[in-house]
Design a protein around this ligand. Structure first.
Ligand SMILES: [Zn+2]
Length: 346
């Protein structure tokens, strides 16, 4: 039995926040609650957050310097993508190992289903921006052994695998070059290992290269509809058609700038903007291929949501829009489990 209001989420940046703000002891603030951000264990419980993809993300040097109040020059020397990724992976495992059974790192869809039934927080390891991987992919096996099940090859900046979307509003996702030869090899390697490939930060060219190369369902873990909000990170109707044809999936992003028709970050965004994107995507993709990809702790969300504890208000908005309990359950977790099972094979 999985309770109403529980949900599985396609994207968050909690590991980055814990690494930046609580590198020495990430476990205590996570389980006791922390002042900032959108996520911690008590608030996740309250909001129905049952599990999700947790991003390992190597931020640009200047960001880290800003948040940690360090000199950029002293940090640049230490800005080792592999070391940062390993530190965040270690945090993920500590959250599970030191949870007294309250959280688990999941490697299969069956693991996640069990967690949902047993009220254990399901943690899935995801990479956002594969800066820490070598072009020969010798590290991929090691990460896989550590629990990695999903990769978005790029974030907003170019890396050895290709170029992500980095445009301003309003704009097209067609931002130039796509994947390098190493990027294409990464897509093939992900297919071989049955790792999920995340299209969310791909530009037009990378998207279509992936669509052509990959034999997996096309999945964008945290993106919205470009027709409703012309953010270059959002998906065009042609891209949505390709996702539907592959029996893929889109997780709706709760970021103001990805929701609003005016592209602003203002937090006075109505929850109906989230409902509008969900309904548009349901119409394009069908009832089985849409869910949530909040981007909690990575973006600014509507103030009526506030943080993860605002999720019951979103479910109320879905009900008010005529989305019945069965479809709410599909959006909340059933569709995520379905596409993960199809991608991972178990
Ligand atoms: Zn992202």
């Amino acid at each position: 039995m999985i309770n109403a209001g529980k949900f599985f989420d396609g994207h968050n940046d909690l590991l980055l926040r814990l690494w930046v703000n609580h590198a020495d002891d990430p476990v205590t603030p996570f389980f006791a609650g922390r002042e900032q951000g959108h996520l911690d264990f008590p608030r996740m419980r309250q909001g129905g957050f049952a599990g999700g993809l947790f991003a390992v993300f190597v931020p640009p040097v200047a960001w880290v310097a800003g948040e940690r109040k360090l000199e950029v020059s002293s940090l640049e020397a230490q800005h080792d993508a592999l070391a940062i990724a390993e530190a965040q992976i270690a945090i993920l495992h500590r959250l599970a190992d030191e949870s007294a059974g309250r959280a688990r790192v999941c490697r299969t869809a069956t693991d996640i289903e069990q967690c949902l039934q047993q009220d254990v927080l399901a943690l899935v390891m995801h990479i956002e921006g594969a800066e820490m991987l070598d072009a020969e992919l010798t590290l991929l096996d090691r990460f896989y052994q550590q629990g990695l099940r999903s990769i978005g090859p790029f974030w907003n900046l170019p890396n050895r695998f290709g170029v992500g979307v980095n445009g301003s509003f309003p704009g097209s996702p067609d931002t130039g070059d796509g994947m390098t030869a190493a990027g294409k090899a990464l897509i093939r390697a992900c297919n071989e290992k049955r790792l999920l490939i995340d299209l969310s930060h791909m530009n037009e060219k990378s998207f279509w290269q992936t669509a052509e190369l990959s034999d997996a369902p096309l999945v964008a873990t945290h993106s919205n509809a470009h027709a409703l909000c012309a953010q270059p990170r959002n998906l065009t109707n042609a891209q949505l058609d390709a996702i539907a044809a592959s029996d893929g999936f889109v997780g709706v992003n709760f970021g103001n700038a990805f929701l609003r028709a005016d592209g602003q970050r203002n937090a006075d965004t109505s929850l109906n903007e989230i409902v509008k994107h969900l309904c548009f995507l349901l119409d394009k993709l069908g009832e089985e291929r849409v869910g949530f990809g909040s981007d909690f702790d990575g973006i600014s969300v509507p103030e009526s949501l506030g943080d993860v504890t605002g999720m019951p208000a979103l479910f109320a908005a879905l009900a008010a829009a005529g989305i019945d309990d069965a479809l709410q359950e599909k959006l909340a977790w059933r569709n995520w489990l379905r596409v993960l099972k199809r991608t991972w094979g178990q």
